[in-house]
Design a protein around this ligand. Structure first.
Ligand code: 1GP
Length: 247
């Protein structure tokens, strides 16, 4: 089964799937592996790994350690081409379709395409849409793009439909890591009314209740990152799993 099929299966089995983003900078190597173990045991559907700005030189070593420790797919969530690696089960092959930066629409992909093809790693073509969420986020700044206005669901829908028609297999509605406000429910539900491909949303989701709201608005996958970075809080992890799966 491909990782994409695994995600679709999680989506069929539950109301929505739950993925945890591991920040490569947050923990030393042993703790990173232990965190991956805790996440898989808690019932999450996948681990994302990556970030807009990496400051720790242990990026690959931590990835190898956490991959070994995890029973669920590990998916690269690359903030830049420098993060492309074959030590994962799949790569979210992201094109920043909310922006007009040609490098993030196609340029960086060309630079890494042959390397990725040779490695045999699965790619999941992902239409990535940054949404305005309060203060400027690192993702917004680093991408050099303007996020979609939060109060314009129809503009987001136009981007989402264009992404679907271009053949992306999944959409990522992103408020940005540590965002003040997550992607609005109205935007998620407007998109889900017309778009068939699965929708991931993340950024600024700090409670299981908020995660549940996003699922009820129609999100197929929820991503949390920061809220679990302070500790390996198993209770909170399990509460997120329940809220997202609808158990
Ligand atoms: C970032 O959506 C993720 O892409 C996670 O964001 O760290 O705010 O949960 P948070």
């Amino acid at each position: 089964m491909t990782v994409y099929e695994h995600l679709l299966k999680a989506r069929e089995t539950y109301q929505a799937g739950y993925m945890v983003l591991i920040d490569p900078d947050a923990r030393p190597i042993k703790e990173t592996a232990e965190f991956a173990r805790v996440i898989s045991r808690a019932g999450a559907d996948a681990i994302l790994y990556g970030g807009s700005l990496i400051t720790d030189e242990g990026f690959t070593d931590k990835l190898i350690a956490l991959h070994e420790a995890s029973d669920i797919p590990v998916i690269l969530f690359p903030g830049s081409i420098g993060q492309v690696t074959s030590h994962v089960d799949a790569i979210l092959y992201i094109s920043v379709i909310s922006g007009r930066n040609p490098n993030l629409l196609i340029g960086e992909h060309v630079t890494t395409a042959i390397q990725i093809k040779r490695s045999g790693v699965e790619t999941i073509p992902t239409g990535y849409m940054l949404v305005e969420s309060g203060k400027v986020t690192t993702a917004e700044f680093i991408s050099g793009t303007r996020p979609l206005p939060a109060h314009k669901p129809e503009l987001a829908l136009a981007h989402a439909l264009a992404g679907e028609m271009l053949g992306f297999k999944i959409l990522y509605l992103e408020a940005g890591s540590g965002a003040e406000r997550p992607v609005p429910n109205a935007m998620i539900s407007t998109i889900k009314k017309y778009v068939r491909i699965p929708v991931i949303t993340g950024g600024g989701i700090r409670t299981p209740e908020t995660a549940r709201e996003k699922v009820l608005a129609g999100a197929d996958f929820i991503v949390t990152g920061n809220v679990l970075e302070d500790s390996n809080n198993t209770d909170l992890l399990e509460a997120f799993v329940k809220a997202v799966h609808g158990e």
